[in-house]
Design a protein around this ligand. Sequence first.
Ligand code: ADP
Length: 268
Amino acid sequence: VLGGLTLVFAIAAVYVSHLMSKRAMAPIERSLVRQREFVADASHELRTPLSVLLASIEALGMSVPSASDKTDDRFAVQTLGHMKEEVKGMTRLVGDLLYLARTDSGAAQLHLEWFDLRASAERTLQGMTPLFEAKAMPIAFHAPEHLPVYGDEQRLTQLLVILLDNALKYSSSASPVQVTINEERTRQQRTVILSVADKGVGIRAEDQAKIFERFYREDKARTRQHGGHGLGLAIAKQIASACGGTIRVKSAPGEGSTFTVRIPAEFR
Ligand code: ADP
């Protein structure tokens, strides 16, 4: 009888402590929700003034003769150029924060449809060609002729842009970039494997897990100079996992980095 009573008390004690810990967690969860809502609202509110600011800077820029050799005009052109870059950087940051806040709260939904991933990736690469040309970086692309995917085209494009943008930022001029898309088939499912490989600065082993964290930047001074905020890879990871997949990096300092994304070709 005593043994039975002890068991009942032990179960009751575990149950009560579970209830209490749940109750203790409730205010923390509420505060997290409020914090996410605040970030989402603040980012949303900041978008309009930022676009007004950008339009105003552009309008001012048109009123200053850019080819003028007057010192004042040259100073104005240069200052307006800096202001424009800063506002663009802030707009990107605000957009990234808004996206993460929305996905955290479950408000960002995937828009699933059939599309050809090869054609879509080709369009993205074409759109970014001027940026690669500006740094004389050759870009090679390999993918199957057609690659039907049932997924969120806009999000997967965003993911590819983040990886290409990083390859551009963290490689010196004339360094080659290789984009490869493959498909793996098992009886149960098709998996798409997308990789972006660069021969850039590379990432130290101890930093490789951390680079997917929000606001993590390996070298703050260097990335600040590139206009990075340390949110790109956090978003890439978020997108890959929202699409039922993963993202991994293989890298060695001084040799380059390869980012590989694996996602089901038919996400349900
Ligand atoms: P950032 O805006 O700083 O580029 P990311 O989240 O995209 O933010 O990347 C986080 C950090 O990971 C970068 O600051 C950089 O140190 C490192 N990183 C990302 N991509 C590469 C790459 N292709 N080569 C070398 N380092 C990279």
